[in-house]
Write a protein that binds this ligand. Structure first.
Ligand code: NDP
Length: 486
């Protein structure tokens, strides 16, 4: 039976959905016409603030399955048995563009997964690159502004893009990844996900490890050349959304195999880099990958706005035995992500179904009221922890024997040194293993920096010369061919 058309208040509107109320045949409209007024007023409010970063994205539901026992590293319940399955939701995104921007932009890709576990929601809010541009969180707004639009021209601006990066050279490792062909993935299905940050996972005995997580695509890593990405941006800007949706709809479910690398506190002290430095990877040979699971995306959202646009991830959404490390950028994200969701979706954003922990999980009697409180608000239960209504507390190690910090509050700015170029050089050498990859990197930089002024170009040539002289030379040669100096 066809549904009866109603207004938003449920009142049946008959006989004509499009009829307005007016005085006589040609007179003005009536304020009492709620069907019209409500429809226009709601339409005026249809848009919510888009994410300040990661605005353009695609998502899908799926399932995570434990494949290997890592209970010696982590006692989170969803990992406690081989074969155990947990429902998940993953959202992929570009970072800098607006919500209508092209999916093939040269940009890192967000790769955020929410695990609806029996101990609450765990969000692993990762990227498709193992490192990042900054390690001082105070730089984030500065950095992002330079990758977005010039405040005067409202254009993307190669001068501010490269001026920022070259004056903050701890960025170089991530810039190398970004301007390799991995900066333009062929699809969301064909890229890896990396924690980037170091986390701390522990077991029931209180033993803990530093952990890096890798999601390796079972589809393989496939990339586009700069020219292919540019063409697709014009012919099909929603290419990655279409690819993900259609593959899942056709039953061609993408999957990723999950690995960890671990370090003890002593190993971290002996490492030649800081585990809290987001611009560094842990070399595979020294810190081998250990498999623990696999996840598959097998269910498209039924409604994009409801489930993808309103999805709200945060590294602060975690479960027992999984903790953040002291990485300063991670520490700042713990604040910034929930803060942005309160702004974008409202204080009760965790009540939105896609963000809601599995049924019956939430019992926080003091977290009440606020705009859009729709979950019953715990009814008549006292709005504080009441002595006559005892609650149970789950026992788990709070990891009292972890790192010990002390000292006065001190200014901290992690300035770059030449040592920050080492892993960028390592990556340049890795690229030699793949056909055309060193050449494509130089080309991808040159076509971008050719749009900058000469004083910025010179800084870029020096920046890449410090990675490898032949790379700096190749970039300079092609840049000057594309934008000859007068
Ligand atoms: P390995 O030789 O053991 O590993 C090199 C890794 O490079 C590969 O496993 C692959 O990672 C990754 N890779 C291949 N092509 C590209 C590309 N175009 N852009 C980015 N990464 C690529 O060396 P190390 O572990 O000693 O690392 C050497 C360099 O490799 C690092 O400086 C880093 O830039 C890069 N890398 C390292 C990772 C790590 O966690 N150790 C992860 C990713 C990159 P994958 O298998 O994840 O695709």
């Amino acid at each position: 039976m066809a549904p009866t058309y109603t207004n938003s208040n449920g009142q049946p509107i008959t006989p004509d959905a499009f009829a307005t109320q007016r005085i006589g045949q040609h007179g003005p409209l009536l304020l009492q016409d709620f069907n019209l007024i409500d429809s226009l007023a709601h339409f005026d409010r249809e848009r919510i603030p888009e994410r300040v970063v990661h605005a353009k994205g695609s998502g899908a539901f799926g399932v995570f399955e434990v494949t290997d026992d890592i209970t010696d590293v982590c006692s989170a319940k969803f990992l406690d048995t081989i074969g155990k399955k947990t429902r998940i939701f993953t959202r992929f995104s570009t970072v800098g563009g607006e919500s209508g921007s092209a999916d093939t932009a040269r940009d890192p890709r967000g790769f955020a997964t929410k695990f609806y576990t029996e101990e609450g929601n765990l969000d692993l809010v990762y990227n498709n690159t193992p490192v990042f541009f900054i390690r001082d969180p105070s730089k984030f707004p500065h950095f992002i502004h330079t990758q977005k639009r010039n405040p005067e021209t409202h254009l993307k601006d190669a001068n501010m893009f490269w001026d920022y990066l070259t004056t903050n050279p701890e960025s170089v490792h991530q810039v190398m990844v970004l301007f390799s062909d991995r900066g333009t993935p062929a699809s969301y299905r064909e890229m890896n996900g990396y924690s980037g940050h170091t986390y701390k996972w522990s077991n029931k005995n209180g033993d803990w490890r530093y952990v890096q997580v890798h999601f390796i695509s079972d589809q393989g890593v496939k990339t586009l050349t700069n020219e292919e990405a540019g063409q697709l941006a014009g012919s099909n800007p929603d290419h990655a959304q279409e690819d993900l949706f259609k593959n899942i709809a056709a039953g061609n479910y993408p999957s990723w195999t999950c690995y960890i690398q671990t370090m003890t506190e002593q190993e971290a002290k002996e490492a030649e880099f800081s585990v809290f430095d987001l611009t560094k990877v842990w070399p595979h040979k020294k810190y081998p990958m250990r498999r623990f699971g696999k996840f598959t995306l097998n269910e498209n959202p039924k409604n994009y706005f409801s489930e993808v646009e309103q999805a709200a991830f945060s590294p602060a959404h975690t479960v027992p035995y999984m903790e953040p490390s002291a990485d300063p950028v991670l520490q700042s994200r713990l604040f910034s992500y929930p803060d942005t969701h309160r702004h974008r979706l409202g204080t009760n954003y965790t009540q939105i179904p896609v963000n809601c922990p599995v049924a019956g999980r939430v019992f926080a009697p003091h977290i009440r009221d606020g705009a859009m409180c729709v979950n019953g608000n715990l009814g008549s239960h006292p709005n504080y922890l009441a002595s006559d209504k005892p609650v149970e507390f789950q026992q788990y190690s709070i990891q009292q024997d972890q790192e010990v910090w002390n000292g006065a509050a001190c200014p901290f700015h992690w300035k770059a040194t030449d040592a920050d170029f080492k892993q960028a050089t390592d990556l340049y050498n890795v690229l030699a293993r793949y056909p055309n990859q060193q050449k494509n990197l130089a080309h991808n930089v040159a076509v971008h920096v050719a749009n900058a002024d000469a004083w910025v170009q010179d800084k870029v040539f020096d920046y890449f010369t410090k990675v490898a002289k032949e790379l700096g030379d190749a970039i300079k040669k092609e840049t000057l061919e594309l934008s000859p100096r007068k």
